[in-house]
Design a protein around this ligand. Sequence first.
Ligand SMILES: CC(C)(COP(=O)([O-])OP(=O)([O-])OC[C@H]1O[C@@H](n2cnc3c(N)ncnc32)[C@H](O)[C@@H]1OP(=O)([O-])[O-])[C@@H](O)C(=O)NCCC(=O)NCCSC(=O)C[C@@](C)(O)CC(=O)[O-]
Length: 379
Amino acid sequence: MARYALLSRRLLATRPCMRSARAFATAAPPDPQRTSSSSSSPSSDYRVKLVEVGPRDGLQNEERAIPLATKLELIERLAKTGLTTIEAGSFVSPKWVPQMDNSSEILQHLLQHPLPAPNPLTFSFLAPNLKGLTNAFSVLAQHPTSFAPENTPPTKEKPALEIAVFASATESFSHKNLNCDIATSLARFRDVIHAAKDTHSLRVRAYISVVLGCPFEGYDVDPHRVAQIATALLEMGADEIALGDTTGMGTAPRTKELLTCLSKAGVRNEDVAMHFHDTYGQALVNTAVALEHGIRTFDCSVGGLGGCPYSPGATGNVATEDVVYFMETLGMDTGVDLDGVVDVGAWITGEIGKENASTVGKAVLGARKRAEADGGVKA
Ligand SMILES: CC(C)(COP(=O)([O-])OP(=O)([O-])OC[C@H]1O[C@@H](n2cnc3c(N)ncnc32)[C@H](O)[C@@H]1OP(=O)([O-])[O-])[C@@H](O)C(=O)NCCC(=O)NCCSC(=O)C[C@@](C)(O)CC(=O)[O-]
């Protein structure tokens, strides 16, 4: 928390970016005098953390109730692919988002039954207020030793847990999504962040939605306002800011402008995650811009599932399959098995009767079919 204590005075210190990805390395050689506060070694700079949001953001907008067993199976299948961080549910009002009503059961199950996975896991759950956090705590109280507290590495037996709050970059979206203005939401998040840390030592992620375009106020979302909100959340103790292009209206120049503005406001790249939706097909271009800026955490949703109930017309999150393929072709290391996530994307879209929105997923499945027809090996 102290790390960001000075930011309220709007320090405009520019921090050096992390070294560019291999694919961008030809533009400028690595700087041996690099003084970034990041602890990244050259090899860790090629590592990208993917946050799988399919079980929450991907499913929350589905009208038909999805059985608990399907949600649990989705999380279990995703965990097997090498993904390490999975957003598994949301402690919001069931009157507002009925699909997330069984998040307590999901959390309970994950704590009682460690999932078979190649790596230790972190599960994230949204909580917009103390009521939601209290509901999460009532599950944790039954299993106080079944998860790894913050600053203790998770193990295969004890996953880590994370709470996510979600602010908005515009007043209109804040009212639609949270039924309150931005200042009121931030005051609530302060309580949630402090309680999550003080009571159960939980890591906290803080989203800021509509950072690159608002369904009600349009394209001109002020990047300085986003930086201000990010700074406020970091000062409250949030561990990570997830910048949500909820509407998919973001473009490459505006993504660059936003990230530059945040860097100038003193927000470190390692504290930022990008959460792109692909409504206008710009998600991977914007991902490249963010990668070049030095961001190494990206949200994605298997099969391109998703959409926000309060963002009319917004389609799914960028597909996990597409991000894995894109990153790996750039020489970045996601740790995720592409074939595995393609299988999960095909399975879940079939289960819930949605079109598979992953371009890469469809290409790999098509290539497999052709190879099978030719009697060859799968692609
Ligand atoms: C924030 C509230 C709760 C305020 O909702 P409100 O109606 O203003 O709250 P309230 O305090 O007046 O309470 C009204 C009723 O809701 C109950 N209640 C109140 N809070 C909770 C809770 N946490 N869990 C369960 N119940 C709750 C409360 O107990 C009460 O019940 P009643 O007395 O009428 O029976 C409401 O607006 C809400 O739940 N909104 C959900 C919005 C949401 O989930 N949006 C989607 C997630 S954000 C997103 O998708 C974007 C993101 C993160 O992916 C990033 C991006 O793409 O940008």
